[in-house]
Write a protein that binds this ligand. Structure first.
Ligand code: DMJ
Length: 664
């Protein structure tokens, strides 16, 4: 037997398949060829047949493998594997000291009640609280990332190049920061532990960013504010824009530090560089001044840490470590609940003169910053101190369905002034940091999540009502069993936090509540004569002819340029893509420009939001206007989901983005 060559057979088979698949009409011809083909196949030796079969099998396996690779590749850009997250956060394998923080979070798991990944038990009510499985962000990712696959593939390739030249940081804003651009002699510098997240940013955000008209208006507003600050208050804490003067609170150039990362995000390179030069040459924490632990943590420590992450310049980490160390004496109390104040020059900490109490929100809203400082430096004292506080507060009685009182005693460690519950001043960011610590730590510290879910259940049970006539959902207060229809503007952080929780897998009713509450916060602006919200409103809960939903007392009608509503609009827009949130923000920005802008430079808090003809400027521009309000405006108007990606960063309560820790 002389079988034809395998090559001929292969050709015949291919041809036949082709004819069939085309559905050609020559039926008999087709069958003749098929028989011929079969005969030829039979003429082949077993070895030849095996070789051909092996060849086809090999092709099939190759095809399958490349299909799986392509599918994984696509998935990696939407769900990001833990490997990649680790690379993107630039966490070195070789530095065990720095890896300790995330490991600690793991180690803590023993202390925390076991919670199933998708369900958690609410011990008070004895029922299971479902977590959403699907991240609602998926559609949005598709919406904003139409052409992203190609771009990300290029960036993926680029990433390996960048890893090789790891000491040169190319910001996503295009600035190149050489390692020796640091500002102290190398010997004085903190070694860059490689834990900052700028590499992640480089990969996901180095595409040219198109700035839209609304964002340009924010940049213009920032420049105007900065102009006033530079001219009349440079190096001081706050601008007094009317008297062309300044206000000192800590004497640490608070506005500059609070605004650093905003300048980075807005791509204001020139302003950023002059601010950095001031930090390098003028910022000195060795001063005999009393600072408030909470305020200096969220504004100064938080601002320095986030700027370090965004810029990659170790100057900011060095300064963060300095202020972190100087704040530590605040924790030397009998209960380890920190004092409110500490002298950063002498290292003496103390409570306010009139009490030995601290504010609950203050002692429980410094954790994101101190934990991150430990992760970056490998010095666990910072993390240990703040986690002790959280554990202690967790164990305390005196809560009401997860709602906490406003004060805690630094000697006894017990809550004081029991019976008053609010999500406004003195308690607000306690709730925010429960969720955000859980997110920061990689969603492992279940005790925090459980506390957060309980608290939101508590809000629903005790503090939620609807107003008349418009039926706006609002969060009131409870004082010794009596409901008060009072809501601070500060509470408007809550819709954003609820939306963030829903994005991270909590139940859809969190998102529904977020949507209802942000509508209310918007109405707190919209229903007021200047279109700006007062500090506190009272809602009508009984229908009364001729009354609006919102009432304002004369002592509460000031506006301090606060960020909370803009912050929540930003989260709601990011997670829903509903343009109305951008439009609401745009309306508010225009009203800030109309009623709070000071011609010579700067913006001012005002005393009366109900008087468009005379809003009575207060002569004060808070540092958070630059640190938070304008930053959130800019992010709200952006359609770039990667501009501070909320799966990579968590904002502290002063709008300073800190990286989410990669899984250990
Ligand atoms: C900021 O300092 C922070 O957002 C804090 O959590 C609350 N108060 C101001 C802004 O209103």
């Amino acid at each position: 037997m002389y079988p034809p060559s395998p090559r001929q057979d292969f050709f015949a088979v291919t041809l036949n398949l082709g004819e069939r698949s085309q559905g050609g009409g020559g039926g008999s011809k087709y069958w003749r060829r098929r028989r011929l083909c079969w005969r030829k196949w039979k003429q082949l030796s077993r070895l030849q047949r095996n070789i051909i079969l092996f060849f086809f099998a090999f092709l099939a396996v190759c095809g399958l493998i490349s299909y799986i690779n392509m599918a994984n590749h696509g998935r990696a850009f939407t769900s990001r594997s833990s490997e990649e997250q680790k690379i993107e956060l630039d966490i070195p394998e070789l530095n065990p000291a720095v890896l300790a923080a995330p490991q600690k979070a793991d180690a803590n798991q023993g202390d925390f009640p076991e919670i199933l990944p998708q369900k958690t038990r609410n011990p008070r009510r004895g029922r299971l609280v479902n977590l959403q499985i699907k991240a609602p962000q998926e559609d949005l990712k598709e919406r904003s990332h139409d052409d992203d696959t190609k771009r990300l593939e290029e960036e993926h390739g680029q990433a390996s190049k960048e890893n090789k030249s790891e000491r040169t940081v190319i910001s996503w804003r295009g600035a190149v920061i050489e390692p020796d651009q640091g500002t102290e002699p190398p010997s004085n510098k903190i070694q860059d532990p490689g834990h900052r997240s700028s590499t992640a940013e480089i990969k996901s955000q180095k595409k040219p960013v198109l700035i839209n008209e609304r964002q340009k208006a924010v940049i213009e507003a920032f420049r105007h504010a900065w102009k006033g600050y530079k001219k009349f208050a440079w190096g001081r804490d706050e601008l007094k824009p009317l008297t062309h003067s300044f206000n000192e609170w800590f004497g640490l150039g608070l506005t500059i530090i609070d605004a650093l990362d905003t300048m980075w995000i807005l791509d204001l390179k020139e302003e950023f560089e002059e601010a950095k030069a001031w930090v390098k040459t003028e910022l000195n924490f060795g001063k005999n001044v009393d600072v408030n632990l909470f305020e200096s943590t969220i504004r100064i420590l938080g601002g320095l840490l986030s700027t370090y992450h965004l810029s990659g310049d170790s100057l900011f980490l060095e300064k963060a470590k300095d202020i972190g160390n100087r704040l530590m004496p605040a924790f030397n109390t009998p209960s380890r609940i920190p004092y409110s104040d500490v002298n950063i020059g002498s290292g003496v900490a103390h409570p306010p003169r009139w009490t030995s109490d601290s504010t609950v929100a203050e002692v429980t809203s410094i954790q994101l910053e101190f934990r991150e400082l430990s992760r970056l430096t490998g010095d666990m004292r910072f993390q240990t101190a703040v986690e002790k506080v959280m554990k202690h507060v967790h164990s305390l009685s005196g809560k009401n369905d997860g709602l906490v009182p406003m004060f805690i005693n630094t000697n006894s460690g017990l809550f004081t002034h029991l019976g008053v519950y609010t999500l406004g001043a003195r308690a607000d960011s306690y709730y925010e940091y429960l969720l955000k610590q859980w997110i920061q730590g990689g969603k492992k510290e279940n005790e925090l999540l459980e506390e957060y879910i309980n608290a939101i259940e508590g809000v629903k049970r005790h503090l939620l009502r609807k107003s008349e006539p418009s039926k706006l959902t609002f969060v009131g207060e409870l004082a010794h069993g009596r409901f008060r229809a009072k809501m601070d503007h500060l509470v408007c952080f809550l819709p954003g936090t609820l939306a963030l929780g829903a994005h991270n897998g909590l139940t859809a009713d969190h998102m529904e509540l977020a949507k209802a509450l942000i509508e209310t916060c918007y109405q707190m602006y919209h229903q007021i004569e200047t279109g700006l919200s007062p500090e506190i409103v009272y809602f009508n809960i009984h229908p009364q002819k001729g009354h609006k939903d919102v009432e304002v007392k004369s002592s509460d009608r000031h506006n301090l340029l606060r960020p909370e509503t803009i912050e929540s609009l930003f989260y709601l827009y990011r997670f829903t893509g509903d343009k109305k949130y951008q439009d609401w923000g745009w309306e508010i920005l225009q009203n800030f420009n109309k009623y709070t802008r000071v011609p010579a430079g700067g913006y001012s808090s005002i005393d009366n939001v109900q008087s468009p003809s005379n809003p009575q400027p207060r002569d004060k521009m808070e540092s958070f206007f630059l640190g938070e309000t304008l930053k959130y405006f800019f992010l709200l108007f952006s359609d770039d989901m990667d501009l501070i990606n909320l799966d990579q960063y968590v904002f502290n309560t002063e709008a300073h983005p800190l990286p989410i820790w990669a899984p250990a």
